[in-house]
Design a binder for this molecule. Structure first.
Ligand SMILES: Nc1ncnc2c1ncn2[C@@H]1O[C@H](COP(=O)(O)OP(=O)(O)OP(=O)(O)O)[C@@H](O)[C@H]1O
Length: 334
């Protein structure tokens, strides 16, 4: 596993891609928001773009959608280079990005009708039905007559999502879609993403919630301080995270010393230690400990989760700054 200072971890195979970036960089004055981003979004994948606040997710998404011009680098969207091919590619892309320009005094339905009028792929006589279908799909049908300005944050998110789903899309891009939604709303979004995936659409979803990405995505790209530190199939990335054994013991010091002598890598963790199984096996580890007189209360195989993978990818840098990377994701200020 590498940190952002070395080459990104990449898994996966050569497949058709819905979007690709090469050497993408965006500067805002002296701030480098995104740097050297080589992203591949395989066709049919649900790719979770994961990273703490300020890691460059929104900027990358905005560049992919042609909303922001990169300072450097290339973008290919549905086989077309941006910005020249935007006109051909963008009608097939549905997007939910921050601050959609809805009119505060129009109802949800009226706003959606306005959006639908700008959809090149939607014939005029199908607008009414498309709007009703989209409202139904995001659970806004009952509130569709109410003014947008009276909507809760969650309802605003749903309306943005409805606009993204007005016509069948090859690619759907969702920037933090569950922001402001309650658990039921979050489950509905997950269902919509799963349905899109089943229907063959490619989905790019950004999130700072590890659990969400783990639950909904087939692929993941981890961003940290503007660069991609890992990307590939979720299951492969988790496997590449390696396997380990969690040992509960009161004799941590003796255990560490015995393992060190046996050239087995381990570190203190919780009420015991975590032992890396690279080049060794669980029975070997336990035998080494028992022979050294260590009381082994419990030994369980460690399941690498996305949270742990992310922490490992970024912990070196975050330790320097005296904070936990995971804190900045799940518990940190928004
Ligand atoms: N329009 C802008 N002007 C100046 N700086 C910007 C602008 N947009 C983004 N930045 C800066 O670029 C960096 C990346 O921001 P970005 O919004 O892309 O991150 P993010 O991962 O989407 O964060 P969040 O999860 O908080 O939305 C941050 O340091 C941010 O302050």
């Amino acid at each position: 596993m590498t940190t952002s200072t070395s080459a990104p971890v990449t898994t996966g195979h050569k497949t058709a891609v819905a979007a690709r970036t090469k050497g993408l960089r965006k500067e805002y004055g002296s701030t480098v928001a995104v740097d050297r981003v080589d992203l591949e979004l395989p066709e049919g994948a649900v790719l979770g773009m994961l990273g703490p606040n300020g890691s460059g997710k929104t900027t990358t998404i905005r560049m992919l959608l042609g909303l922001v011009r990169p300072t450097q680098g290339e973008i290919e969207l549905l086989g077309k280079p941006l910005p020249d091919g935007a006109e051909h590619a963008l009608p097939h892309v549905g997007a939910l990005v921050e601050g959609p320009g809805f009119h505060p005094f129009l109802s949800g339905r009226e706003n959606l009708i306005r959006c639908a009028a700008f959809e090149p792929l939607l014939p005029k006589k199908q607008i009414k039905q498309a709007v009703e279908d989209a409202l139904e799909r995001v659970g806004l049908a009952q509130a569709a007559h109410r003014r947008y300005r009276g909507y809760s944050l969650g309802m605003k998110q749903r309306l943005g999502l409805a606009a993204a789903l007005l016509v069948p899309r090859k690619l759907v891009v969702l920037d933090e879609p569950t922001n402001g939604l309650d658990p039921a709303g979050t489950r509905e979004i997950r269902k919509i993403i799963a349905d899109l995936h089943e229907q063959g659409s490619t989905v790019l979803v950004s999130s700072h919630l590890l659990s969400e990405v783990e639950a909904t995505c087939t692929h993941v790209a981890v961003l940290h301080r503007g660069t991609v530190v890992a990307q590939g199939e979720l299951t492969e990335l988790l496997q590449a995270g390696g396997s380990a054994l969690q040992v509960i013991t009161p004799d941590v010091e003796t255990a560490l010393s015995a393992l060190r002598t046996a050239k087995i890598s381990a570190r203190p963790l919780g009420e015991g230690l975590r032992v890396e199984l690279a080049g060794t096996s669980a029975p070997q580890v336990i035998e080494t400990l028992v022979k050294a007189g260590v009381g082994v209360y419990e030994a369980t195989r460690w399941k690498t989760g996305l949270e742990e993978l992310f922490a490992r990818l970024t912990e070196a840098e975050e330790a320097e700054r005296g904070m936990s990377a995971v804190d900045t994701l799940d518990g940190g200020p928004r």
